[in-house]
Every structure is written in structure tokens, then in C-alpha cells.
Write a protein that binds this ligand. Structure first.
Ligand SMILES: Nc1ncnc2c1ncn2[C@@H]1O[C@H](COP(=O)(O)OP(=O)(O)O)[C@@H](O)[C@H]1O
Ligand SMILES: [Mg+2]
Length: 237
């Protein structure tokens, strides 16, 4: 038994470096994310926030450095050394994703969009639809399961995206500007519901935003500038 289990961060990044051609997107990032915390990642456009999120989530393998993922009660995984099929599997089973533009499949109903990650991980169709419908209700979308994404408002579509990200009960939710395309009222609505859900489930959240009002929902903020962490502090409640 590992006696430090409770103290180990769920995600630990060390000396992350990554370049796209001549562009040094990450220039040496160290970051711990504690289980159950909601972390806001802030910083100017082009500073490396999305690249950092992609490395933490095993979407991208950094050129240098390591990302370790240590969920409670399970052996840690060096994500940054796994081959793509194993990273894809881990993303499906352990992580949820919300992007700025929901990226829902336009030909599928809201309920079918939410069902996708469940179906991909082998849940039976009937169960998947039941859980999707429940999750849509949790996000205040009762009765909208049959709608196509194009028939929903921006805020409703983002709530469907949150439902899809959370329906598998992920250990970590990664959100990249989740309300970046919404007006402030719709943003507040999406964030409130998303945070209620993650707090209740104990989900760890890594959320990129350049909006201070959005960051105020987090427990802690770090600021990325030119590919390094420029500052980090706790948000006072
Ligand atoms: N796929 C890519 N190909 C080339 N350059 C990229 C790619 N992704 C990001 N970059 C560059 O890397 C830097 C960091 O990008 P990114 O992590 O997306 O920043 P942020 O999310 O903070 O806006 C930027 O200069 C960006 O143009
Ligand atoms: Mg970005």
C-alpha cells in the first residue's frame, strides 16, 4: 500500500517542453493538480494553455518532460510514455473533454451525442440512452434529447457538451474555453451547472479560460505566459 496515496496529485507534470516547428509552445512546465480540485489555467492567447492541456490529457506527447496520472486507489500511469492506443483508451475511460465550440456531431440528436462515449466504451444502447437522458436532465435540458445541435441555443449546446463529457463519470474533466463562445448570462448558466456537477461527483477539473469571471469558479489559478507558468495562486472564496 502506498501511504502517500492521499497526498499524491492526480496529475503531475514535470519539465514539459513542446515545440511546433520553430514555435516553442511549452518551455519547461511543472504543475501538480490535486484530486478534486478545480484549476483554472489563464494567460494570453498563444501562451501555450491548450498545448499544456493536451499534454496533461494525453492528447499530445510532449517533446520533453513527463506527465503522471495517479487516480485514487490505482497505480499511477506515465501518460507521456504510453502509445496512442493506450492513451486513447485512458481518455475514454478516465477523462472528459469540453471545448469552446461544443463539437457535437451535427447529424445526431443531443441524447445520441451524449451517448457516444458510453457506446464507445461498450455500454449497451438502452443503458447509454437512459444515462444520457438523466445527464441531460441534470443540465436542465429535460425534453431536448431529441433535438439536433443546430436546433439548440449556444448555451444549450454547451450544456449538451458538458453532459457528454460527464456522462462517463470521468476522474478528470478538461475544459478548453468552455464558455468562450457564449454571452455572459449563458456562460454563467453553463458554469454553474458544470461546477455543481463536478463538485458533487468529486471530479478534478482543468479549465482554460481567459475570463477572470470564469476563473473565479475555480479553487486555484495558474497563469501561463510564453510557455511557462508565470504565477499561481489560490482563489479566495
Ligand atoms: N498544431 C499546431 N501547429 C503549429 N503551431 C501551433 C499548433 N498548436 C499551437 N501552436 C502554436 O503554439 C503556441 C501555443 O499555442 P496554444 O497552446 O494553442 O496557446 P493558447 O491555448 O494559450 O492560445 C502558439 O504560438 C500557437 O500558434
Ligand atoms: Mg487555446
Amino acid at each position: 500500500m502506498n501511504t502517500n496515496e492521499n497526498a499524491a496529485p492526480i496529475l503531475r507534470a514535470r519539465s514539459l517542453r513542446h515545440s511546433f516547428g520553430q514555435t516553442d509552445a511549452l518551455r519547461g512546465i511543472d504543475l501538480d493538480v490535486q484530486a478534486g480540485e478545480v484549476l483554472a489555467v489563464m494567460g494570453p492567447s498563444g501562451s501555450g494553455k491548450s498545448t499544456l492541456l493536451h499534454c496533461l490529457a494525453g492528447v499530445l506527447v510532449p517533446d520533453q518532460g513527463s506527465v503522471d496520472y495517479s487516480p485514487a486507489g490505482r497505480a499511477g500511469t506515465a501518460i507521456s510514455t504510453l502509445a496512442e492506443p493506450r492513451r486513447a483508451r485512458l481518455r475514454l475511460t478516465d477523462f472528459g473533454f469540453v471545448f469552446q465550440f461544443g463539437q457535437l456531431l451535427p447529424e445526431l440528436s443531443a441524447a445520441d451525442n451524449v451517448s457516444i462515449p458510453l457506446l464507445l466504451s461498450g455500454t449497451r444502447r438502452q443503458d447509454a440512452l437512459r444515462r444520457s437522458t438523466e445527464m441531460l436532465e441534470r443540465l436542465g435540458l429535460d425534453g431536448l434529447g431529441a433535438k439536433l445541435p443546430g436546433e439548440l441555443s449556444g448555451g444549450q449546446a454547451q450544456r449538451v457538451a458538458v453532459a457528454r463529457a460527464m456522462v462517463t463519470s470521468p476522474a478528470v474533466l478538461f475544459a478548453d474555453e468552455p464558455t468562450g463562445s457564449l454571452d455572459s448570462l449563458a456562460s454563467e448558466n453553463v458554469l454553474t451547472l458544470m461546477l455543481e456537477l463536478v463538485r458533487e461527483a468529486g471530479t478534478t477539473v482543468v479549465m482554460i479560460t481567459h475570463d477572470a469571471r470564469t476563473a473565479a469558479y475555480a479553487d486555484r489559478e495558474v497563469i501561463v505566459r510564453d510557455g511557462v507558468i508565470a504565477a499561481g495562486y489560490r482563489v479566495s472564496a
